[in-house]
Design a protein around this ligand. Structure first.
Ligand code: FE2
Length: 168
């Protein structure tokens, strides 16, 4: 395979990854009732993610990538999303906070790879877009890891209290 062919596959994967992120963030934010800081940050990243999807589509259009071939990659990523389950578990808020961080790290690694692939495939016009997306993923990862102690502590307090919902 040529560098272009691999690069195009990875662009499709990145698009599928963001579609998956969009549905996960959507599901999480709509379920959270008692953790307003986490909910607000997830909603912010949901908006960022929708912007990233649009940006990736401009890159795909510039590279003449046929959108009808994108289905495959999307279902591949859907399977991966399942493994971030934990939703509906009694401690789903803590599991969700951990999963969010893990998913952001996955995205960071993908865009880091994609930047090199874009260089090697000669699509230097897209590199700034990937760097912009990468900065958003890093900021979200940073926020997520920094707030895990807080979410955990709030969860433990709520969980120990009688008649208080802790899970979401
Ligand atoms: Fe993203």
């Amino acid at each position: 395979m040529t560098p272009q062919e691999n690069y195009h596959d990875w662009l499709r994967d990145a698009h599928a990854m963001e579609k998956q992120a969009e549905s996960m963030l959507n599901a999480m934010s709509s379920r959270i009732d008692n953790y307003p800081d986490l909910r607000a940050r997830i909603e912010q990243h949901l908006t960022e993610t929708q912007g990233q999807i649009k940006l990736l589509e401009t890159v795909m259009d510039r590279n003449d990538i046929n959108r009808s071939l994108m289905k495959d990659a999307t279902s591949k990523m859907a399977a991966m999303g399942q493994s971030f389950g934990g939703m509906f578990a009694p401690d789903e808020i803590v599991k969700g906070a951990i999963s969010s961080y893990v998913f952001e790290q996955f995205e960071i690694a993908c865009y880091t790879s994609l930047i090199t692939a874009a260089e090697k495939a000669g699509d230097s016009a897209s590199i700034d877009i990937f760097k912009q997306i990468l900065a958003e993923e890093k900021a979200m990862a940073e926020w997520a890891i920094n707030h895990i102690p807080d979410v955990t502590e709030q969860f433990l307090l709520r969980s120990a209290a009688e008649g208080v919902e802790a899970k979401k």
